[in-house]
Design a protein around this ligand. Structure first.
Ligand SMILES: [Zn+2]
Length: 169
């Protein structure tokens, strides 16, 4: 039980492992309840994140606006104009909310490694969608969303464990 396979769970879910690695992961999962639980947490968080992204896409034209705003901001001649000054306060606010939520949920420490891995994947997804110029900003937004979702799950679990009846959201 000493060699947990947390590091490989993300790649396992993405089918990025070799045949041998995959078999090792599955063998470990058969014998290790901790890693099995981690895997189901991880897939739960992913489902939540994708749900969030789908709900974000709902407003008409919102996605294009964000992409345009980011693209404008990162175009060299527009950076000095500060024409999209609103973008950074919004990111800042997201980060602030994130930090507050993370601090609240931080004692569920095992979520830390999951969040990082999901965030890492998301940064790649965003990078593919938006191109390498917007890599960092998109990654930051993605990271914030992931952390908020993951934190809300952590808090929910804490509330459930402490027997709080109103935690049914
Ligand atoms: Zn394990």
């Amino acid at each position: 039980m000493s060699n947990h396979i947390e590091d490989q769970l993300s790649a396992y879910m993405d089918n990025e492992l070799s045949e041998t690695e995959r078999r090792q992961v599955e063998e470990h999962l058969d014998t290790c309840p901790e890693c099995s639980e981690l895997l189901s947490d991880l897939s739960g968080i992913r489902t939540q994140v994708f749900t969030v992204f789908h709900s974000i896409e709902a407003p008409e034209g919102f996605e294009n606006k964000v992409i345009n705003a980011i693209a404008l901001k990162t175009t060299p001649e527009n950076v000095s104009k500060g024409s999209n000054w609103l973008l950074f306060p919004v990111i800042g606010l997201l980060c602030f909310i994130t930090i507050v939520l993370v601090v609240m949920g931080s004692y569920l420490f095992k979520f830390g490694s999951i969040m990082l891995k999901v965030a890492y994947n998301l940064i790649h997804v965003f990078g593919d969608i938006l191109g390498s110029h917007t890599y960092i900003i998109a990654g930051l937004i993605g990271l914030s969303i992931v952390l908020i979702v993951a934190s809300s799950i952590s808090i929910k679990q804490v509330l459930k464990r402490s027997g709080f009846k109103g935690a049914n959201w």
